[in-house]
Write a protein that binds this ligand. Structure first.
Ligand code: CMP
Length: 138
């Protein structure tokens, strides 16, 4: 079925001028852009977004990293969107990302890994609604 996932282009990839190349890989991978916005997360909002990771040792660094510069938030649509998008982006750790994936090409480290991708349909909806009102999703 056609469904949606949520992604962010992370601060380093935005700073390094890769918004276009990364979005092109998404579109060429069969994803349609439903919503798209460049925005700056405050530490508080980054902390809320990543609240599921609050107990993890990397949480504070992650929150600092994600609020250090603007990100691009997007909702994407495709058949089997969540699973297919995770294949397109590759492993969280870029050292394990396969050839042809977004992280293989653009990630610098496990933290600075170029893009986020939702891990379930349920989280895709929560994460998309975190950034976009209903009338901003097309
Ligand atoms: P993301 O898919 O956005 O979800 C959680 C993020 O935490 C992850 O990508 C990484 O950028 C970051 N992170 C930092 N260290 C780790 C780690 N050791 N394991 C998993 N994620 C990590």
């Amino acid at each position: 079925a056609t469904n949606r996932t949520f992604t962010m282009i992370k601060p380093d990839a935005v700073q390094d001028n890769h918004i276009g190349a990364i979005t092109q890989m998404m579109e060429e991978g069969g994803f349609r852009v439903v919503a798209m916005k460049k925005t700056l997360l405050t530490k508080e909002r980054a902390g809320d977004f990543y609240a599921v990771h609050k107990e993890r040792p990397f949480y504070n660094d992650l929150v600092s990293y994600m609020s250090k510069g603007p990100i691009v938030a997007m909702i994407l649509e495709k058949d089997n969107a969540v699973e297919d998008f995770r294949k397109l982006i590759g492993a969280t750790n870029p050292a394990q990302a396969e050839e042809g994936t977004i992280r293989k090409r653009f990630a610098k480290s496990i933290e600075s890994n170029a893009v986020h991708g939702s891990d379930s349909d349920e989280n895709a909806k929560i994460e998309g609604d975190f950034f976009f009102k209903a009338d901003e999703q097309f």
